[in-house]
Design a protein around this ligand. Structure first.
Ligand SMILES: Cc1cc2nc3c(=O)[nH]c(=O)nc-3n(C[C@H](O)[C@H](O)[C@H](O)COP(=O)(O)O)c2cc1C
Length: 483
């Protein structure tokens, strides 16, 4: 089922116990950030819910929701219309990538109910929270940015942090220089012109789900493919950019290309604060919004977070599709980007080894597709291993790797964006460099059998457990190798 906008989706979340509203007065400058952090620090994934605030100190009538896109797999499944399993979500997204539906332009939409033009623009009217209180440089939006390639007009949609610097001025961080939006900015800069841009908040949650990945295709068309219906777009008032008609808030303007100023710090997906670097500035020319806009924040910062949940759900399916279908690499069982690394530092792959060079082809295919600012560790193991089980990953690292032979190091290349191990003080821009490691954790010869009783015997005793007069068992966890 396609959601027309954020609102019917929030209602479904509420009906299904995945969204709660807080009516007690809260302070946007510290309390909202602290409350939503608890979703990830004090709740198991299955119990997580999004939170809405509708009594915000100093902002009568203002509403903020957070944790409503990627708090849990169940929530992501609800947003995409898939069953709540990693496989079903992957399949749904892959179907959107393989059968994109181009967006359609409509004359107007709810996002134009209120139009505020230059001079009257004032971002501080919105209850924009400070997400890492006492540490962030100030309030931040976590919106979707839409830009166009000046060479061919191709659109890009990406999530980027957005520091509120004044009534009509924000910062923008292009963390990795090889992302679509960052490349657009570099091209506009080469032309000596500011980059037209629009930020939007809200609309169908699928926009947030597809934006953090890269497809080489218009993300609105991918979103259309996932939802099974074209996304309706409206033209902006002051820039040649289109945004979803049902967005809650749209902020139009230009990202400057002739000046930079310090941005951040901001609590980042690595689990550390990052910022203070010289970054471009976004000059706001116009704001359009619904009469009673809902401000949506994506909870990032320390993993796990919505940032890691979104990436794990969508980046993996995107990558899997690329490796299997575009590169035709056979035997791939699974691809898993680890949440502790914000799904950006470490990628595991399980594969049936069939030919020489397959492991290198996989690793180079991953870096080639994701860009060198992704994955400082790629670990590839055999298809008998459940790479989603942390204990099995440790077991593989213990006994399927010879450190002196099975690791390939790529020195002095692009760093994982915002990796504190690479962001040395005083080092900026192109000078930020990092290293990569490929660990071939496949068996290099026909290993002996695993030291467990045969699976059929384990299953037999498990099935008859009560007969032994012992307390109930938990889930039977075995390496596939024990079959
Ligand atoms: C919650 C969240 C916040 C993000 N913030 C930023 C950011 O501030 N800067 C950035 O360069 N990438 C950020 N990213 C990663 C980008 O969205 C990602 O690299 C994406 O590929 C960029 O889109 P593009 O390739 O279409 O330009 C963020 C991702 C998430 C999930």
């Amino acid at each position: 089922m396609a959601y027309d906008s954020l609102r019917p989706y929030l209602q479904v979340l509420e009906q299904q116990g995945m969204m709660r509203w807080v009516d007690v007065e809260v302070d946007k400058d510290w309390e909202i950030g602290a409350i939503v952090r608890m979703i990830f620090r004090a709740m198991p994934e299955e119990a997580r819910y999004g939170i809405g605030f509708r009594n915000i100190k100093g902002f009568p009538g203002g509403r903020v929701v957070a944790g409503v896109i990627g708090a849990s797999k169940r929530m992501i499944a609800t947003a995409t219309g898939a069953e709540p399993t990693a496989e079903a979500i992957h399949d749904k997204v892959i179907s959107g990538i393989t059968t994109p539906i181009p967006p359609v332009i409509v004359p107007t939409g709810p996002c134009k109910e209120v139009i505020i033009r230059e001079g009257d623009v004032d971002l501080t009217r919105f209850p924009i929270p400070t997400w890492t209180p006492g540490k962030d440089a100030g309030p931040y939006l976590t919106p979707l940015w839409v830009t166009k390639d000046p060479d061919n007009g191709r659109r890009d949609v990406g999530i980027r942090r957005c520091q509120i610097k004044g009534r009509d001025r924000t910062g923008i961080l292009f963390g990795a220089p090889d992302r679509g939006g960052a490349i657009h900015h570099a091209k506009w800069k080469m032309l000596g012109k500011p980059m037209p841009a629009a930020i939007f908040i809200g609309a169908d949650p699928i926009q947030y789900l597809v934006a953090p990945s890269r497809y080489g295709e218009d993300e609105f068309a991918i979103a259309g493919g996932v939802r099974g219906e074209a996304v309706e777009l409206v033209r902006c008032e002051t820039v040649d950019i289109e945004v979803p008609a049902t967005a809650e808030i749209v902020i139009e303007g230009e990202v400057m290309t002739d000046m930079v100023e310090p941005e951040g710090p901001f609590g980042e997906f690595t689990g550390y604060m990052a910022g203070g670097r010289e970054c471009p500035v976004f000059r706001v020319k116009c704001i359009t919004h619904r009469k009673d806009p809902i401000l949506l924040g994506v909870v990032s910062q320390f993993p796990p977070s919505e940032s890691s949940m979104l990436k794990v759900a969508l980046l993996e399916s995107n990558l899997l599709k690329h490796l299997r279908s575009n590169l035709n690499i056979p035997g791939i069982a699974d691809v898993h980007a680890l949440e502790a690394g914000g799904c950006t530092a470490t990628c595991w792959v399980s594969v049936k080894k069939i030919y020489a060079g397959q492991i290198d082809q996989l690793a180079l295919g991953i870096w080639g597709y994701m860009g060198m600012s992704y994955f400082k560790w790629i670990v590839i193991t055999d298809d008998d291993v459940d790479i989603r089980d942390p204990f099995m990953r440790d077991w593989v690292m213990a006994w399927r790797v010879r450190p002196d032979q099975d690791m390939r190091i790529l020195k002095d290349t692009a760093a994982v964006e915002l990796d504190p191990a690479s962001l040395l003080p005083g080092v900026e821009g192109d000078q930020i460099r990092g290293g990569k490691a490929l660990i071939d954790a496949t068996k290099k010869w026909a290993y002996p059998e695993v030291s467990l009783p045969p699976l059929r015997q384990l299953r037999k005793v498990a099935g008859e457990w009560a007969r032994y007069g012992l307390p109930p068992l938990g889930e039977l966890k075995l390496p596939k190798a024990s079959e």
